[in-house]
Design a protein around this ligand. Structure first.
Ligand code: 4EZ
Length: 233
């Protein structure tokens, strides 16, 4: 049976998922806790990485190489770039880029290093499952580019620059790491985020206020994805 990894960055992002699992076994590995269990009979391994690209890379790698997951779903919150996105709205990534990766001194574009790509695409099948669920539930699901970097963005100029340089609709601090790991290891992956703030001067306050409610919106959607993925085979 396939084993699905479900990952978040912060405890608040995975708690609504862990609370719905049966037969939970916790494992500590590489200074992190992994929750192995089942959701309506589907085997899952759930973990939060801690914030940022390095921790996210470590956790995604462990979920695949140590725990044997063959698909990875990320659930969490993000700052909005697109004006269409309001607090609590959902966005799925078709592609992820690293807005803080910069060797432009050598004539390369932002986000690019040799043998890498500026934008890494997510799995089309998983995206289609998400779109089916959204239309079934009458939910609006935006699809776009998500930009990742090791910065909490609370500044309109920086946000607008990321939006124009990468054509990004939302930003966060882990997605592109998961994309690098999963695409390299050939594991289909999916990144979902619910908006917690607009990455502007109010971002810190809004984030604190809406982290839990937006994380819940994302987690609920991810659990319906697990249901749909189980019934697909
Ligand atoms: C990172 N996550 C935020 C972690 C913030 C504070 C203790 C998502 C996110 C984000 N990232 C929501 N809004 C953001 C923003 N404006 N900039 C970057 O993935 C931890």
């Amino acid at each position: 049976m396939s084993k699905i990894a479900i990952m978040g960055a912060m405890p608040e992002e995975i708690e609504p998922i862990i609370s719905k699992l049966d037969n939970i076994q916790t494992m500590t590995y590489a200074d992190n806790t992994y929750y192995e269990g089942s959701y309506n009979g589907q085997m899952v391994v759930v973990a939060y990485s801690k914030i940022g690209k390095v921790f996210a890379t470590l956790t995604a790698t462990m979920l695949i190489e140590k725990f044997g997951c063959d698909k990875l779903l990320f659930s969490g919150v993000a700052g909005a770039i697109s004006k269409e996105l309001k607090i609590g709205d959902l966005i799925i990534a078709d592609g992820l880029c690293q807005h803080d990766l910069d060797i432009t001194a050598f004539g390369h574009p932002y986000g690019y290093v040799p043998e890498g790509e500026v934008c890494i695409s997510t799995d089309v099948n998983l995206r289609n499952i998400a779109k089916d669920i959204a239309s079934l539930k009458g939910l609006t699901l935006k699809e776009g580019i998500i930009a990742t970097g090791d910065q909490f963005i609370a500044n309109s100029e920086r946000k607008d620059w990321i939006g124009s340089e990468f054509k990004a609709d939302a930003l966060e601090m882990e997605g592109a790491s998961v994309a690098v790991v999963c695409s390299t290891l050939n594991v289909p992956f999916f990144i979902l985020r619910a908006i917690s703030d607009s990455a502007d001067m109010d971002a810190g306050f809004n984030f604190d206020e809406f982290l839990e409610s937006s994380a819940q919106v994302s987690a609920d959607f991810i659990l319906s994805m697990v249901d749909a993925m189980r019934s697909k085979k």
